[in-house]
Design a protein around this ligand. Sequence first.
Ligand SMILES: NC(=O)c1ccc[n+]([C@@H]2O[C@H](COP(=O)([O-])OP(=O)(O)OC[C@H]3O[C@@H](n4cnc5c(N)ncnc54)[C@H](OP(=O)(O)O)[C@@H]3O)[C@@H](O)[C@H]2O)c1
Length: 312
Amino acid sequence: MIWTKHFEFANIPDLTGKLAIITGSNTGIGKVCATEMARKNCQIIVASRSEDKGQAAVADIKSATGNEKVEYMKLDLLSLKSVKAFAEEFKAKYDKLNILLNNAGVMMCPYGLSEDGIETQFATNHVAHYYLTMQLLPILIKSGPSRIVNVSSMGHLFTSAFAPALEKSSEQKGYNATIQYGFTKACNILFTRELAKRLEAKGINNVYVNCNHPGIVSSELSRHIVSQKSFLDKVYNNYMTITTENGSLTQLYLATSPEVESKSVKGQYYVPYARPGWSNPYTRNQKNAADLWDFTEKLLKEKMPDYQGATI
Ligand SMILES: NC(=O)c1ccc[n+]([C@@H]2O[C@H](COP(=O)([O-])OP(=O)(O)OC[C@H]3O[C@@H](n4cnc5c(N)ncnc54)[C@H](OP(=O)(O)O)[C@@H]3O)[C@@H](O)[C@H]2O)c1
C-alpha cells in the first residue's frame, strides 16, 4: 500500500491507569488493538461471545505483552440481554472506563435474525453497539477524557439511500447481504456524528467519539463471502489486503493518540493511516443521523422494555 503512516505502534502513548473495552478482540483487528494497547500498559477487557476464543486471546495477549491486566468478559452482540448483562457486570466491577472500542462486526452473512428478531448485521454492527454505548456513557463521561471509537468501513459506499434501508432494516424480502453491510456501516458513521453532536449540545467536552475505516484487511471477516480455503480467498488475503497490524492503526490512533484531544477530533470519520476521510454525503446528513437515533431508541424500548432511553 502506498499510503504513508501518520501513526504507528510506537506512537501509542503510555496507557498506565487506563481501562479499555474492545468488542470482538478475540481475533482480527480487535485482537491487534488489544495487544498493542496492553503492551502500553492499558487494562483490557476482551469482550467477545465465545469464552474459549476469548480466553485464548487473553492468554496470547498476556504472553505477548507481559501485561496481566487483561480479562475476558462475555458479550454476545446477537442478544440484547447479553449486552445488558455485560454492561451491568462491568459497572458492578469497575468505576471507570477510558476507552470503548466498538470493533466487533460481521460482514455479508446470509439473512438471519438475532435473539431479539433484528437482522444479524444490523443487530451486531449497529443496534447492540448503540445499546452498549448508551449503558456505558455515564461512566465514560465520569472517566473523561475518554474515547469511543466505532469501527465503520468504506463498505458504507455499497449503499446510497439511507431512509428506505432503515425502514426495512430487518426484513427478509429484498435482503441483499452486501447492501445491508454497507447500510450498517453507514449507521456507524451516522451514530458517531449524532452522539458527538448531542454531547456537544449538553456541554460534555471530555468524550471524544469518532469512527474509522480500518482498510481492506486480511482477517476472518470475509468468512461469509469466500470459502477460507478457496483460491479466491488466498488471492484476496495475500494480494489485495493489508495486515491486521496495519489495519489496526487508524482505530488505535482514535483510541489512544494525544492528538485526538489536542486537535479536538470529534464526530469524525478517519481512514488509513489515521487521516480524516471522505464519507458518502448521506452519512453527513443531519436528518439521517437524527432518524437513526430515534429509530434505534424506539427499537430498544420495544425489545428491552426496561430500557430507560438515552441519557444524552
Ligand atoms: N477486514 C476488513 O477488511 C475490514 C474493512 C472495513 C471494516 N472492517 C471492520 O473492522 C471490524 C473488525 O473486523 P475484522 O476484520 O477484525 O473481522 P474478524 O476477524 O472477523 O473479527 C470480527 C470480530 O467480531 C466478533 N463478533 C462477530 N459477531 C459477534 C457477536 N455477535 N458478538 C460478539 N462478537 C462478535 C468476532 O467474534 P467471533 O470470532 O466469535 O466470530 C470477531 O472477534 C469490523 O467491524 C469490520 O466491519 C473490516
